[in-house]
Design a protein around this ligand. Structure first.
Ligand code: COA
Length: 187
């Protein structure tokens, strides 16, 4: 069986890695600071979302999921703060080798190319090191920033799925997109 090491990726002054239990407070700070910014694009908040305990449990779960080849949830850190996240979830192996992508960046860093750069590095990592073949990302049609970002990275739009996800309190249509690895599969 492959021995997996937790990723530690660098992009300029940013570090991308899994959350540790002791860093739960950093997620609370990020969520609090960005509540208004993220509200329009977020799913309903689960119970306990505003508690440290909730994120401590998530940190442990996400590390377990990574080791079990189910997900790779990267937090973007700048110095000692969380400034964003990039999540690859729902790993499906066999003939599909697919994962689903989600991402967010703090409002103060928007529009500077930070997410583009971090996503390029994270995508390289999941394609090369985790041997994924395809990553799918779905966004609300009028989320222009997210849609432009996906296009810039080479994601191809497949069409609109009606009432696809519960976002900001209602079922919302989404553009379905995907990116297939530019790297040749290892033999
Ligand atoms: C979606 C989201 C991550 C996009 O972040 P972003 O900062 O716009 O994305 P980028 O880092 O790629 O920045 C792109 C912008 O930086 C500019 N830029 C500057 N230097 C750049 C560079 N070297 N490379 C790419 N873009 C650069 C681009 O021109 C672009 O500006 P524009 O949007 O005014 O055209 C962010 O808006 C966000 O967190 N939104 C809330 C959560 C969300 O919607 N998540 C996705 C749900 S599907």
């Amino acid at each position: 069986m492959m021995i997996k090491t937790f990723p530690k990726l660098s992009v300029d002054n940013f570090e991308l890695r899994l959350l540790q239990k002791t860093e739960a407070g950093l997620v609370l700070n990020f969520n609090k600071k960005n509540e208004e910014h993220l509200k329009r694009w977020d799913p309903p908040k689960p119970e306990g979302f505003d508690t440290k305990h909730y994120w401590e449990e998530k940190a442990l779960l996400w590390r377990k999921e990574f080791l079990e080849d189910q997900s790779c949830r990267l937090i973007i850190f700048k110095e000692d703060s969380m400034v964003g996240s990039i999540n690859f979830t729902n790993f499906e192996r066999g003939p599909f080798q697919n994962a689903r992508l989600g991402y967010k960046i703090c409002s103060s860093l928007e529009g500077q190319g930070v997410m583009s750069a971090c996503l390029r590095t994270a995508l390289d990592y999941v394609f090369k090191d985790l041997s994924l073949h395809r990553v799918e990302a779905n966004c609300i049609p009028h989320n222009h920033r997210s849609r432009a970002l996906l296009k810039r990275l080479g994601f191809v739009e497949h069409g609109i799925a009606k009432d696809y996800l519960m976002i900001d309190g209602r079922w919302q249509d989404h553009v379905l997109t995907s990116l297939v690895t530019p790297f040749k599969a290892k033999k």
